[in-house]
Design a binder for this molecule. Structure first.
Ligand code: IMP
Ligand code: MG
Length: 184
């Protein structure tokens, strides 16, 4: 595998270095699952898994939530290359089953917060019973909006990251660890 050496991985000529190991991620995911279990057992929540990035995180997290629950997958896009475009798109029609329900949004990373704010606005219109956000990663210094994130795996610096579901132009989602862009 020539794209990977020691602790580095190269994607489209950019070098990323190992940042969160798979063991550290698994340990934190276990804790998050416990938090969610304590809060949502007997609520039969709907987990809304935001695609594409959250698919790996969600599959580990939800298999540890051994209580009744439903899942819904929602394709959301806003990012292009290394930057958020601010233009969030998703199909509102997919959200109608959420009316009156306890909803937990599962996200890979919250950056500007544009995606979450757009979704929260739509959920308010639909009339959900309650909504909580659960994100593996949060970049607090890049947030442009004020909203509560109830469950956060790791708060990280502003650098771009890949792996464990997160991509750089669709590459790197299959990495087991999370890698951070090396300063040039
Ligand atoms: P936001 O709307 O700016 O909060 O961006 C959220 C979305 O941008 C996430 O769901 C990711 O898909 C993507 N994103 C933000 N930061 C990164 C990153 O460092 N690596 C990969 N994707 C990212
Ligand atoms: Mg995403």
């Amino acid at each position: 595998m020539d794209w990977m050496s020691n602790n580095d991985v190269t994607i489209n000529k950019l070098v990323f270095t190992k940042f969160l190991t798979k063991d550290a991620i698994q340990a934190r995911v276990e804790e998050l699952a416990k938090e969610l279990k304590n809060k949502y057992e007997n609520h039969n929540p709907i987990f809304v898994i935001l695609l594409n990035g959250a698919f790996v995180f969600a599959s580990d997290l939800l298999r540890q939530f051994d209580e009744s629950a439903e899942t819904l997958f929602l394709k959301v896009s806003s990012y292009h290359d290394l930057e958020s475009t601010g233009n969030v798109t998703f199909d509102k029609n997919f959200l109608s089953p959420l009316s009156g329900r306890s909803v937990i949004l599962i996200e890979d990373i919250i950056d500007t917060g544009n995606t979450m704010v757009a979704l929260l606005k739509e959920l308010k219109t639909i009339g959900v019973k309650e909504v909580a956000l659960c994100t593996l990663l949060l970049k607090p210094n890049k947030l442009k909006h004020n909203f509560e994130v109830q469950h956060v795996g790791f708060s990280i610096a502003d650098e771009f990251v890949v792996g464990y579901g997160l991509d750089y132009n669709e590459q790197g989602r299959n990495l087991r660890d999370i890698y951070q862009l090396k300063s040039q």
